[in-house]
Design a protein around this ligand. Structure first.
Ligand code: NAD
Length: 506
């Protein structure tokens, strides 16, 4: 595996992890893995063939019977060990994230911490899998419910949270007794192989957790494989829609999380300085490459001018640089192509009627070969303009101005995405009305990035989620298990008769 800080002269190969050991990629198809802060190629990832995917699924299938039969206390014990190892190795994981994703180290550590919370939640798996029992549901008959694992489940994950999003999937899936095949993003794959080593070190049996690196070929092979029972996907909306349609057509259970356009509504009574701090943090943190980033501010009434001015004042203080440098607050974007695509929205906004208040193309510091873009602020955006309609997924904050609270809620509700949203106000009644009326899966009240804690569940509405079960929390447990209800009667010769009627309660 590539060490996070020393780039080898010849880019190191990144392989798969199948059946408890590294497995050299054989397809000959590869993709470069770069350090986004320098542009340098630091590794080469092998892209799996259908046969390699099949090998991983077969390893997971072979491991399933023993894994599902392991007692709940033993599985919980393993989750505690995994939790401990992730805590001990948090910095190493964070360094790997920063080296291939580019986000600053403190943010990478935060990512690991939010994944760790879900592992901690899974330590309580004996309680979470408890069913219900009704004694004497009918005379001499007891009824009880069980939750049982699905079998081999696949996780297909995006580049922007290379540790946390997989943890949200595999921790719950494994705790429920499933075996797992992870297909991480080909842009920052190493942390997944590190995870495989960590799980092996914790004592997870061979084949329970597997990694296949790859692109659409690997994804399509997982979606078509008859031994894959369920698919969890996180990524952009077009791919999420495709994955959901293919997986469900093949008879699999699927949850496919897509993109976002998260609106932060600021009412005239809000504390402007607090709202500006929140907007800058939530728009530019991780260079805006978060599905819960705030990308649109909806300024209501006369709060708009002071709010835009307060944000404009803060932007020059955001330190953009190599994520490995502790002084940096915002790192580069993931690739040069993505940086250029994000920059094009800033370049074109003026022509559509937007007003570029801060142009991030002017102030990009850092290595000239890195994929840097400084924060941008664009005012006067409206639906119908590309910078409003599209998920830009970069450090670009748009502002739209409306006259009333009702217009603000209508904008959020008319948007095709429904991942997260937030309102900033001092009025508890209006905030309550907002959470009642707004059509999004996660709502913040004076909290700009309302990613739920691990004992609730994470997920959006509308084009931000295809499927009906959210990630982690009790919905995660539901997604990764079948429910079964047993109706039981024990022989009692004194009450036994022949009765051809339909069974009724007595
Ligand atoms: P992406 O859709 O490009 O890739 C996601 C995964 O799908 C990767 O593993 C990739 O290899 C695979 N993939 C890409 N193109 C494919 C294709 N044509 N067919 C089959 N598989 C394909 O997404 P990304 O750029 O890695 O991640 C950013 C996106 O993810 C953003 O849209 C962001 O909003 C979204 N995201 C959503 C959530 C959420 O919870 N809703 C969380 C994180 C990221």
């Amino acid at each position: 595996m590539t060490h996070p800080t020393e780039a080898p002269a010849v880019p190191a190969p990144i392989d798969h992890w199948i059946g408890g050991a590294p497995f050299a990629a054989v397809s000959g198809r590869t993709a470069p893995v770069r350090n986004p802060a320098t542009g340098e190629q630091i590794a080469t990832v092998g892209l799996a063939t259908e046969a390699e995917v099949d090998r991983a699924v077969q390893a997971a299938e072979a491991a399933f019977p023993a894994w599902r039969a392991l007692s709940l206390t033993r599985r919980a014990d393993l989750m505690f060990t995994i939790r401990q190892l992730v805590r001990e190795r948090r910095d190493e994981i964070a360094e790997l994230i920063t080296a291939q994703h580019g986000k600053v180290l403190s943010d990478a550590r935060g990512e690991v911490t939010r994944g760790l919370e879900v592992i901690e939640f899974c330590c309580g798996i004996p309680h979470l899998l408890k069913g219900a029992m009704s004694e004497q549901a009918s005379t001499g008959i007891d009824v009880y419910s069980l939750r049982q694992p699905l079998g081999v489940v696949a996780g297909i994950t995006p580049f922007n949270f290379p540790a946390m999003v997989p943890m949200w999937m595999w921790a719950v899936a494994l705790a429920c007794g499933n075996t797992f095949v992870l297909k991480p993003s080909e842009k920052d794959p190493s942390v997944s192989l590190y995870t495989a080593e960590l799980l092996r070190d914790a004592g997870v049996p061979d084949g329970v957790f597997n990694v296949v690196n790859g692109d659409k070929v690997a994804v399509d092979a997982l979606l078509a494989h008859h031994d894959v029972a369920a698919v969890s996907f996180v990524g952009s909306t077009p791919v999420a829609r495709y994955v959901y349609e293919r997986a469900t057509a093949a008879g699999k259970r699927c949850q496919a999380f897509g993109g976002a356009k998260n609106h932060m509504v600021v009412l005239p009574d809000a504390d402007v300085e607090m709202a500006a701090d929140a907007a800058v943090s939530a728009a530019y943190g991780s260079a805006g490459e978060r599905c819960m980033a705030i990308s649109m501010l909806v300024a209501v009434g006369d709060v708009a001018d002071p709010l835009v001015a307060a944000i404009e004042r803060r932007i020059p203080a955001v330190t953009v640089g190599d994520g490995a440098d502790p002084a940096s607050e915002m790192g580069p974007l993931i690739t040069a192509d993505h940086r250029d695509r994000v920059a094009s929205y800033v370049a074109n906004a003026g022509g559509e009627g937007g007003r570029v208040v801060v142009d991030g193309r002017d102030g990009a510091d850092g290595d000239a070969n890195g994929f840097f873009l400084a924060p941008s602020l664009i005012d006067d955006l409206e639906p119908g303009m590309a910078a409003y309609d599209d998920e830009i997924f970069g450090p670009v904050l748009g502002v739209t101005r409306v006259g009333t609270y009702e217009e603000a809620v209508a904008l959020v509700n008319e948007n095709p995405f429904g991942n997260g949203t937030a309102i900033f106000t001092r009025d508890g009644g209006v905030a309550r009305q907002f959470s009642f009326a707004v059509q999004a899966g996660m709502v913040g009240i004076n909290v700009p990035i309302p990613v739920p804690v691990a004992f609730y569940s994470f997920g959006g509405w509308k084009s931000s989620l295809f499927g009906d079960r959210h990630l982690y929390g009790t919905e995660g447990i539901d997604f990764y298990t079948h429910s079964k209800v047993v109706t039981a009667r024990w022989p009692d010769p004194a009450t036994s008769t022949v009765d051809l009627g339909f069974p009724q309660t007595r």
